[in-house]
Write a protein that binds this ligand. Structure first.
Ligand code: NAP
Length: 319
């Protein structure tokens, strides 16, 4: 683990509003996926409050319009737009990318699902890997030229401490042979998020695109836990009664995303994983914090990238 860990004056209790205070994003354009609920709304709100043009990229236009209206009303920023994006549908991602024009300064890969019963896309992809990783991979790589055109763009990848529950199952990404475990699949997708960050930071440094990832913490008020209760094996700290973690509001949960997206404290920083507004240390067994060694492993990251590209290119079951 590196000994130049990045720290900031912010912490677990900091809010997105506190992190964005004094920052002016006039003239910058930001895309926030999944900004119709939870952390995404508060991330988009903070960016809009700093005068960014914000695109709320959502699969439900009605929910997106409600969120955008609320953000515009609370910030006074009229440049909050809604765009249709279903990350589990490659055609939807391709349409979003094709419609994009001009530079993109901030991309926040925030949307996600957690621990549903086994669901597959029409391609046969396991739904959490398809939504949380593949969809965002297609989006970010599709928007690469727009990010490069911004000369100093930032890509923010919302992962989870849940990644410590498992690596990418390179020999069976879609759970064709392993019995499906919703938490192992969530962990796989969130590890894949971090591995994407590692490889994108390396590949895109030449384009001045900064890519960092984060764990937002445990947030009480979002829709992410909609599937909990349908699963038999949820890790203890995901249970509502758990005292193993401290809970955050959505405004606190959005703080690390906003820090990575907009703070001058992060100028020039790329390829790192944060939690509670500071770079995370290595994961220690028994403690639901930190980043797993396998998730930052450059070999794993280099291996996942072409597998992801091949799956999307062929829309095949696996590479
Ligand atoms: N809440 C936590 O404690 C926690 C902890 C660690 C990590 N995270 C991560 O934080 C991120 C945000 O989660 P949240 O807690 O704010 O949950 P949330 O309220 O459920 O927000 C997730 C968003 O993702 C969207 N989404 C789901 N599937 C999609 C798809 N196929 N295409 C486009 N959008 C899709 C949802 O849209 P719909 O409304 O249409 O479903 C929703 O707007 C996730 O990546 C999650 O893994 C959250």
């Amino acid at each position: 683990m590196r000994n130049d860990r990045i720290t900031t004056p912010f912490g677990a209790q900091s809010t997105a509003a506190e992190v964005i205070e004094g920052i002016d994003l006039s003239g910058r354009r930001a895309v926030v996926t999944g900004a119709s609920s939870g952390i995404g709304v508060e991330t988009a709100r903070a960016l809009a409050s700093a005068n960014a043009e914000v695109i709320v990229a959502v699969r439900s236009p009605q929910a997106g319009e409600r969120a955008a209206g609320d953000i515009a009303a609370s910030t006074g920023n009229k440049q909050v737009w809604v765009a249709s994006l279903d990350l589990a549908d490659p055609a939807s991602v391709a349409a979003f990318v094709a419609a994009w024009q001009g530079p993109l300064h901030i991309l926040i890969n925030n949307a996600g699902i957690m621990a549903p019963p086994l669901m597959r896309t029409p391609q046969g992809w396991e739904m959490q890997f398809a939504t949380n990783h593949l969809g965002h991979f297609a989006l970010a790589t599709g928007l690469h030229d727009a990010l490069a055109a911004a000369a100093g763009a930032r890509v923010v990848v919302v992962s989870s401490v849940g990644h410590i529950n498992g690596e990418v199952l390179f020999d069976d990404i879609n759970f064709d042979r392993h019995p499906y475990d919703p938490w192992a699949a969530y962990a796989q997708s969130k590890t894949a998020n971090i591995l994407f960050m590692v490889e994108a930071a390396k590949r895109w440094a030449v384009d001045q695109i900064m890519v960092n990832a984060l764990n937002p913490g445990r947030i009480t008020s979002t829709n992410l836990s909609r599937y909990i209760g349908n699963t038999s094996s949820s890790p203890a700290s995901f249970e509502p009664s758990s005292t193993a973690v401290s809970w955050k509001t959505a405004q606190q949960g959005a703080a690390t995303s906003v820090l990575l997206a907009a703070s001058p404290l992060l100028n020039g920083v790329t390829g790192r994983y944060f939690e509670d507004c500071n770079e995370a240390g290595p994961h220690q067994p028994g403690i639901r914090r930190g980043v797993a060694t396998y998730a930052l492993d450059p070999g794993n990251a280099a291996r996942l990238w072409p597998i992801s590209a091949d799956m999307l290119a062929g829309q095949s079951r696996t590479a």
